[in-house]
Every structure is written in structure tokens, then in C-alpha cells.
Design a binder for this molecule. Sequence first.
Ligand code: EPU
Length: 431
Amino acid sequence: MDKLVVEGGGRLEGEVAVAGSKNAVLPVLAAALLTRERLRVANAPDLVDVSSMVGVLRDLGCEAGRGGDGVLEVEAPDQPSQRTDWKLVARMRASFCVLGPLVARTGRAEVSLPGGCALGGFRPIDIHRKGLEALGADVRIEGGYVIAEAPPGGLRGTEMYLGTAFGSSVTGTANVMMAATLAQGRTVIQGASCEPEVVDLGHCLVAMGARIGGLGSPRVEIEGVDELGGADWTVIPDRIEAGTYVIAGAMTGGRVRVEGCRPDHLTTVLERLREARIPHEVGADWIETQAWEPRAAGERPGATDITTHPFPGFPTDLQAQWMALMTMAEGRSIITERVYPERFMHMAELARLGADVRREGALALVCGTPRLSGAHVTASDLRASAALVLAGLVAEGETHIHRVYHIDRGYERIEERLRSLGATIRRERDE
Ligand code: EPU
């Protein structure tokens, strides 16, 4: 296992290019199961989660891999295998996205209940199940596997509501939308996820021949077709990676230009940055933090509350990083987690670095302090790891972030990118 060692105190400076979106590319790759033809996916990030999805697809009988041009190509066989092994799905929750396409194309799917980041609590799959059942599938759980079987004659379109107590479900919408592309007749999904990653998947499905309307709204309509074909698709830039580097620039007081991103996917985050008095500029496809003195008396970031919500609300996947920023703010901020009310595992570790943080249920109270100091901390999940790296960049002395393998699931070579911005960070074997 590796650890990251960060020497804090330096100011980041320079340009960083954002990779393709992890949460967009994973369901897009699963969509290849819907057709016999080849799906070519450009801008697919080089991440452990992407390799895991390629592993799942190969296990199902697909040919999958990168061509010489870096484009990820997937071609499903006429008869893909219908069972996805526990060992593969346990690595990554998003591999559950093969359920919808498999049952739609082959009439049956057996997919192990997923693993992936625990995010402090149980992550149910009832919405995926509800949607597939509404399409006529028989869905049951046996031996840790979800078994879905289409009725004779295949899935049938219908109207359904897929909201949860915590808003819409991203991969739930993705799974059901993919299945509905090959169902007979029209499917209407109410309470659909409006996340850019779901919209990207929808546009890719349209490029493959699907008929989908209402993408980006909570009401998505899908007119089933007999078959889909291959396509060339370029995934959107990763808004969470972009937001993480913007916060890194903000915290270190440096001029960091985040290139190739979609500022319109980060509207709420940019609004909060303005509220926090973080100097920055925004262009068509870039965001640039401006040099400032975040540690100087009277200059520190303004304490700014956030509440996470599904898109276009503040993303839960940037909550931990925002908390890292707020640990150095002037005053007290309230962070409310409405998507995953238990997603606060980073708090105890930020406290080890000297942050003044307290939790009351789904609320975290953060009292900004003028100084953090390096320590040994343990990463619990992907975004918690990112928050600890950010805090390490401003803490005095060395911060050792253990169990950092989570970070490679969602950030392409993060230490190289941060080093190119002037950070002192290295990866070491953790004994
Ligand atoms: N939920 C249910 N029932 C379900 C599904 C979800 O109650 O069947 C609840 C969840 O417990 C949660 C809320 O609905 O409270 C939203 O969960 P969602 O289904 O949207 O999460 P997901 O699809 O499993 C994706 C991202 C996560 C991101 C969430 C929320 C992928 C591969 N993963 O997960 O990304 O946090 O949406 O935006 O798209 C990450 O990248 O670090 C990450 C964890």
C-alpha cells in the first residue's frame, strides 16, 4: 500500500488540465453492452476505477482496451455472459451499472451487490430495482447477487418515479435509462438525476441510436428502439477534479489555472467561492484562482456555509474538499450533507491536523483556524483523501496520508499534477 507525503506551506502556481469525468465514463462504458457494435470512448481518464470497469466488461466477454490513440474501445459479443463476479463488483460500486444494459440486451443479469466507497453508511440499490421492476423485470437477491430477468417478449416501457429521500439517484437513473432504451414503447422517468454525468450518458446513448428527451431535467422520456449501434463518444471533463484543483489554488493563495473544464457544471461552487472572497476568474473552459494571502490577518477566506444537493446544488463529492478550505476560514461555517448524511469520515482526520470541527447529525461545524500542522492521517474514501491532500498543502510540516489507494480511483496521477504546480508531494511505500 502507498502513502502520500505532503510538505505544506508552498503556494501552487501554474496550469493543470482536467481529465475526463470518472462518473460519466463508467456508465458510458457499461452502455457498450447494449450493442454488438464497437463503442469508442475518447477522453476516458486513466484511473483505477476505469480499469476495474474494463475488467468487468472483459469478464462479461467484451473486447475492451485502449487503442494507440488512447481511445478506449469496447465491443460486446453477440451473447455476453450474464453474470458479474463478486470479486470484480466489490471493487467498485459503479460496476453495478452493467445490470440494466445486460438485462435489456440478454434478458437476464446476475450482478453481485456492489462495494465501493462506503461513504459512512449503507448504500441501497432499491431505486435500481424499482426502475427495472417497473419495466417488467423480475428482480430478486440470492446469494449476494441481484438477479434480474426480463419478462417473455422483453422489457416494457412505463412511467415511474425514481426519486429517493435524498434526491435523485445518479447511477439508478443511468441503469434504468440504459435498460429503457431497448424496452418496448415509451418510458417516462420522473425524479431523474439531472447530473451532467447522466446527461453525458444520455447523449452517448442518443449517438448510439437511442431516442431520449428531457435530459438534464427531472423528467426523462425514452422511446424504446429495437437495437442500438456503435458510436464515437468524448466524455465531459471531470467537474469534481476541476473543483478540487480550484480549491487547492484557493487554499495555497496561488494562481492556478484549471484548463479544459466546464465552469457551467460548477456554478454553485463558483458562487460559494465568491462568497468566501476567493479571488478567481472564469472563462469559457477554464477557472483561474488569483494570487492572494489567505493566511494574512483580515484576508482569510470568509466562512461560507454549504448544503450538498443533487445537481445543480453543491456536489457531495466536493464537500470534504470544501471543509478543508473552511478549516482556514475567518469564522464558523456550517456544512450540511443532504445526499449522504454520514459522509463525514474526513472530519476526525482533519482534526488530527489541528482543524476545529464538530458534528451534529448531518451538520458539521467548522471553526476556521489560522494554522494547521502536519500529522499522520488515514484516508477513508476517495474524496476524503483529496481533502486530506488539500489540508496537507497548507499544514506546517509534513502530512503523511495513509491508505491513499482510494485517490487513484478518481484522480489521474494527482501527485504529478500537484508537483507540476509546485507542490512538494511524494508517494512512498507504506510499511
Ligand atoms: N439512494 C437510495 N436508493 C438507491 C440509490 C441511492 O436511497 O437505490 C440514495 C443514496 O443512499 C444517497 C442518494 O440516494 O443518499 C444518492 O445516491 P446516488 O444513487 O445518486 O449515488 P450513486 O449513483 O451510487 C454517484 C457517484 C458518487 C456520488 C453520488 C452522488 C458514480 C459512479 N458515483 O453515486 O460518486 O457521490 O452519485 O452524487 O457516479 C465519487 O465520485 O466519489 C462518488 C462517490
